[in-house]
Design a protein around this ligand. Structure first.
Ligand SMILES: Cc1cc2nc3c(=O)[nH]c(=O)nc-3n(C[C@H](O)[C@H](O)[C@H](O)COP(=O)(O)OP(=O)(O)OC[C@H]3O[C@@H](n4cnc5c(N)ncnc54)[C@H](O)[C@@H]3O)c2cc1C
Length: 279
């Protein structure tokens, strides 16, 4: 069993990974698209780099982890479950077991759509490869938030009878004969015991299921029972959460949303993992 799984590839995740490696622990590291560093035009508050562009800092982070033979897997973790004092993490159609977890999830600009959490597991899914086959010959909606997920949207369209694909970015290239592109933001999913329809401001479509392909999952959906306060994961000074063995670092634990704070907390979380494992 792994000592730890780190979720999130931003500065907090980078720092957790570097420190866990230096501390000799076994871990896997997963992340959805991580673009917040690259997007910064000019950074002036990161120690040792008085004037650095986001692209330069991102490159430096990559170079650092590669130099230590640390691999980040570009996959989204769709669920974390606690069983008998350890954790099972779901990633596409695989699962991994770990003694501890560090959540470095960042903060999402977009809110979940109405009904998303209510219907999760009852027609709403985050995982194309795990649940796609359930919708063979059926009608589905696929919310695609990043170009990176287009192949998953095409895979789903290949299974379903009709796939209403909703790309939330410019320059989409979704090639599937039965994909119907909708260029509007969805408002809510609704239904009875299962999802039945997806509503936009001015119309709704009947569906049997909805796939939400995003680089992140809200913390309380990812891990049931996790204490969240004002939209942030509640942590103690040692970055521990209310669940023993689960630690958290970076923007997802609260303001200020800054690189140095994320990196500092990533360091603390890694050291706390080691203390927890020793205990
Ligand atoms: C345009 C811009 C400019 C900025 N300029 C500055 C600046 O000058 N100085 C400064 O200090 N800060 C700046 N910031 C803020 C800084 O980017 C953030 O504080 C920092 O990136 C936080 O790091 P993080 O690791 O906590 O989260 P993030 O960098 O947001 O990384 C979180 C990662 O977790 C991944 N993730 C989430 N859920 C899952 C899941 N379920 N499975 C797998 N992966 C998941 C996401 O895909 C993402 O890659 C700027 C931000 C922006 C957007």
């Amino acid at each position: 069993m792994l000592d730890c799984v780190i979720i999130g590839g931003g500065p907090a995740g980078v720092s957790s990974a570097i420190n866990l490696k230096l501390l000799g622990k076994s871990f896997l590291w997963f992340s959805g698209p991580s673009k917040k560093v690259e997007r910064a035009e000019l950074i002036k508050n990161y120690p040792a780099f008085p004037q650095v562009t986001g692209k330069e800092l991102s490159k430096a982070f990559k170079k650092h982890v590669e130099s230590m033979d640390i691999e980040m897997r570009g996959e989204v973790v769709t669920g974390v479950y606690e069983t008998d004092g350890h954790f099972t993490l779901l990633v596409k159609d695989e699962s991994f077991e770990a003694k501890t977890v560090i959540l470095c999830l960042g903060v999402e600009a977009s809110k979940p759509i109405g009904g998303e959490e209510e219907f999760l597991g009852r027609g709403v899914s985050y995982c194309a490869t795990c649940d796609g086959f359930l919708y063979k010959g059926k009608k589905i909606a696929v919310l695609c938030t990043d170009k990176q997920f287009e192949h998953e949207a095409e895979f789903l369209a290949g299974i379903a009878e009709t796939a209403y694909v909703i790309p939330l970015y410019k320059g989409y290239e979704i090639k599937a004969p039965n994909a119907r592109i909708i260029l509007k933001k969805p408002v809510s999913v609704s239904g009875d015991t299962r999802v039945r329809s997806l509503s936009f401001k001015d119309e709704s479509v009947e569906i049997d299921g909805m796939f939400i392909l995003r680089g992140s999952v809200s913390p309380s959906t990812l891990l049931r029972g996790l204490k969240v306060e004002g939209g942030h994961i509640a942590v103690n000074r040692d970055c521990s959460t209310n669940i023993a063995g689960v630690f958290s670092a970076g923007d997802c634990t609260g303001r200020p949303y800054q690189y140095a704070k994320a990196v500092g907390e990533g360091n603390i979380a890694a050291h706390s993992v080691v203390e927890y494992l020793t205990r």
